[in-house]
Design a protein around this ligand. Structure first.
Ligand SMILES: [Zn+2]
Length: 302
């Protein structure tokens, strides 16, 4: 697929999602028995990894390993087809001990930044969906137990026939700028010196522009004049879509909302460059893994 440039981690899904196969039970059964098919196990939303000569690699297993690690009804998510046409699945494994001789289940947040970039959108997708399954076992319409259908991409209620789809929560994340200054905030719980973009969930009935304006006013007391979409990022903690924005504001003071921020601080463009390079004397920004870094970088180098 031809897509615009996107600098963010968890983007550029490497497979053809081949969604038309999700409802085809016969095709899925054949794919799960095919010799070229691969499975990535998950346990409690943590992917299976192996140590390979000092580096961490994903612990893909051959499809025939499925019977040894999980029962037939284990949630199995069809991730798509690679360039050679081989099917790939993620499987939710109830018992971590079944694979403890081969590797370990680890938190994506702790090692994601050192994995090959093409692995991240696969893991992020599977993590978000398994997280959703774990929290949505019961029908929101009638309260009955729901079941997994369509190769992991949907739940259905056998009692009332309601369909339930995986949720994605849109979040606006923005760097307010005026002239040669940008504003970054910090939350009390963050490591000392860390500053980042402002962010908040989009509310029902709101445009992205309105959400940016509301959150920027609520958190920092700044009025927004213009909203420039930078890029977006699926963020699987647990299932957000980060909508990255650089916004021009009309005020150059700030009044912080102490419930959300501990402080906010203006940085010059030179200081922003130092933050990106990790050379600022008393502040630091999130790593390149986070969209906040990419927003700041674009403005700093612009
Ligand atoms: Zn129901």
């Amino acid at each position: 697929m031809l897509l615009p440039h996107n600098p963010n981690a968890f983007t550029r899904y490497p497979f053809d999602r081949a969604a038309h196969h999700r409802r085809d039970a016969a095709w899925l059964g054949r794919a799960l028995a095919a010799p070229g098919t691969k499975l990535i196990p998950f346990h409690k939303q943590r992917p299976f990894v192996i140590d390979e000569g000092g580096a961490v690699a994903l612990g893909w297993l051959a499809a025939h390993a499925r019977t040894g690690i999980a029962r037939a009804e284990a949630t199995t998510l069809f991730l798509g087809l690679d360039e050679g046409g081989a099917a790939h699945f993620a499987i939710d494994v109830p018992d971590a001990a079944a694979l403890s001789d081969l590797g370990r289940f680890d938190d994506l947040r702790s090692f994601g930044a050192i994995l090959p970039a093409a692995d991240l959108p696969l893991l992020g997708t599977a993590k978000s969906i398994f997280e959703w399954h774990a929290r949505h076992g019961f029908c929101a319409n009638c309260g009955g137990a729901s079941i997994v259908v369509e190769a992991g991409w949907k739940r259905e209620c056998p009692a009332c026939k309601a369909e339930h789809f995986p949720r994605v929560d849109p979040v606006v994340i923005m760097v307010p700028v005026i002239g040669e200054k940008c504003l970054l905030g910090r939350q009390r719980a963050w490591p000392r010196g860390m500053h980042s973009a402002l962010a908040g969930f989009v509310e029902p009935g709101e445009t992205i522009e309105e959400a940016v304006a509301r959150e920027t006013l609520e958190e920092a007391g700044l009025r927004v004049r213009e909203v420039m979409l930078h890029s977006t990022q699926p963020w699987p903690f647990p299932h957000s879509l980060m909508i990255g924005v650089i916004c021009e504001v009309v005020d150059d003071h700030e009044t912080i909302d102490a419930h959300e921020l501990e402080s906010a601080r203006w940085f010059t463009r030179d200081e922003a460059r130092a933050l990106i390079a990790g050379k600022h004397p008393d502040a630091f920004a999130p790593p390149p893994f986070a969209i906040a870094h990419q927003l700041l970088k674009t403005w700093a180098l612009g």
